[in-house]
Design a protein around this ligand. Structure first.
Ligand code: CO
Length: 153
C-alpha cells in the first residue's frame, strides 16, 4: 500500500468529468487500497479518485459508523429525499469549511470491487459524504456550492 499525493483546488484534474470504470483490474484494486490508506492517514471520511489524480468514477468512504469502509465504483444516486444543511470540508481544500445543502436521504447504486451491483441507503453524515464524493466525479468541489465558507486551522 502507499500514501498518495492529494491534489489541491486549482489542479485541473479536480474539474474533470470522470470516466466510468470498465473493469476492476489488479491495478484499480491497488488504487482503491491506496486511496483508503491515504484517506485514513489524512483523517478524512471520504476520498474520490480524481483527488489523487485519477479521473475515474471510484470513491472510498468511511464515516466511522457501522457501515465502515465502502468502495463505490461507478456510483449513481437513484433516489433523494428531504434536505439538510451542514458543515463540510475537503482534503483538496485544506483549512476551509462551509455549509452545504444536501439531500437528507439518498439511495446509491454502485459496483463493488468484485464487479457486483450493490445498493445502499444512507442518511446523516454518510448521506452527506456520498453526495460530496460523487460531486468530485463531476468535477465539482463543495466550495462551489457552499452557502457560506470559513477558514479554520
Ligand atoms: Co472532497
Amino acid at each position: 500500500m502507499a500514501i498518495l499525493e492529494i491534489k489541491k483546488a486549482g489542479d485541473p484534474v479536480l474539474k474533470k468529468h470522470c470516466e466510468p470504470v470498465e473493469r476492476v483490474n489488479k491495478k484499480l484494486k491497488q488504487l482503491l487500497d491506496d486511496m483508503a490508506e491515504t484517506m485514513y492517514k489524512s483523517d478524512g471520511v471520504g476520498l474520490a479518485a480524481p483527488q489523487v489524480g485519477v479521473p475515474l468514477r471510484m470513491v472510498v468512504i468511511d464515516c466511522q459508523d457501522e457501515t465502515g469502509l465502502i468502495e463505490l465504483i461507478n456510483p449513481v444516486i437513484t433516489y433523494r429525499e428531504g434536505e439538510m444543511e451542514g458543515s463540510e470540508g475537503c482534503l483538496s481544500v485544506p483549512g476551509i469549511y462551509g455549509d452545504v445543502m444536501r439531500a437528507a436521504k439518498v439511495k446509491v447504486e454502485y459496483l463493488n470491487r468484485r464487479g457486483k451491483v450493490q445498493h445502499l441507503t444512507a442518511t446523516g453524515l454518510l448521506s452527506r459524504c456520498i453526495q460530496h464524493e460523487l460531486d468530485h466525479l463531476e468535477g465539482q468541489l463543495f466550495i462551489d456550492i457552499a452557502t457560506s465558507l470559513r477558514k479554520e486551522d
